[in-house]
Design a protein around this ligand. Structure first.
Ligand SMILES: [Mg+2]
Length: 246
């Protein structure tokens, strides 16, 4: 059991996998979905401009002439390489559009995000999931289209999740000091990187045990209360409204 936690912050940064949604959805459902439909998708869409672009990027990146075979190897090994991510997003787009795929959030995380949004706390997402895949995910959840809850999205094009500089850059992008941002994630290595950048962190231990966490830890989002820090200058530092650049 974890206890009630109060955090003073001006913006919230969220990991997806294992934090606000089940890791199994991404590591199994989505990866399996793309793998199962890979051959059919390539056969049907090989001549489309988007797929041709992915194939030529694959050749350029790998040096291997058989781009389809290279992509398939990456897919089987679940390699986080850009051309594969692009292709997976295209395949997922079909699955989301026809309702086969639906983004899944933990109920308590979803309620908390809804409340923070209503309180006008800016909420950002930082995931190894591409920004495009994040928007597909939030655009087609079991609870409908939740994209309007988020002020912006970041993926690993800004830097790796275990590197402090990535969190400094995100704070810079959203025009806040690192200490005014609180990052929620399940993985200790990510939390450690955020801490090195000066970002506040909360470890979410829903699917993982973290009895000896070095960080404030919750297993239920209803336990966390986020307040804006009292501003001695009396001026609010709201980030700009709209999409964060990544
Ligand atoms: Mg995670």
């Amino acid at each position: 059991m974890t206890t009630q936690l109060t955090v003073e912050a001006r913006a919230i940064l969220l990991d997806i996998e294992g934090t606000i949604g089940p890791a199994s959805f991404i590591t199994h459902d989505l990866v399996d979905y793309a793998r199962d439909r890979f051959d059919e998708f390539i056969a049907t869409n090989r001549q489309s401009p988007a797929v041709r672009q992915i194939l030529s990027e694959t050749v350029k990146r790998s040096g291997r002439q058989d781009a389809v075979a290279m992509l398939k190897d990456w897919l089987v090994r679940d390699e986080k390489v850009q051309p594969l991510k692009e292709l997976q997003s295209l395949i997922w787009q079909h699955g989301y559009a026809d309702g086969t795929l639906q983004g899944r959030l933990f109920a308590d995380a979803q309620s908390a995000i809804e409340i923070w949004h209503a309180e006008r706390l800016p909420i950002y997402v930082y995931s190894s999931f591409s920004v495009k895949a994040q928007r597909l995910f939030f655009g087609h959840t079991e609870a409908g289209d939740l994209r309007h809850w988020f002020a912006g999205h970041f993926d690993t094009s800004i830097g790796a999740k275990v590197v402090a500089r990535s969190y400094e850059k995100i704070a810079g992008e959203i025009r806040l000091r690192p200490q005014d941002v609180v990052y929620f994630a399940d993985t200790s290595a990510e939390l450690a990187a955020a801490v090195r950048a000066g970002v506040q962190v909360v470890q979410v231990a829903k699917e993982t045990k973290s009895a000896n966490s070095r960080y404030p830890v919750i297993d239920d989002f209803s336990l966390v209360d986020i307040r804006r820090p009292a501003d001695r200058l009396g001026a609010a530092h709201f980030p700009p409204v709209g999409e964060a650049r990544t």
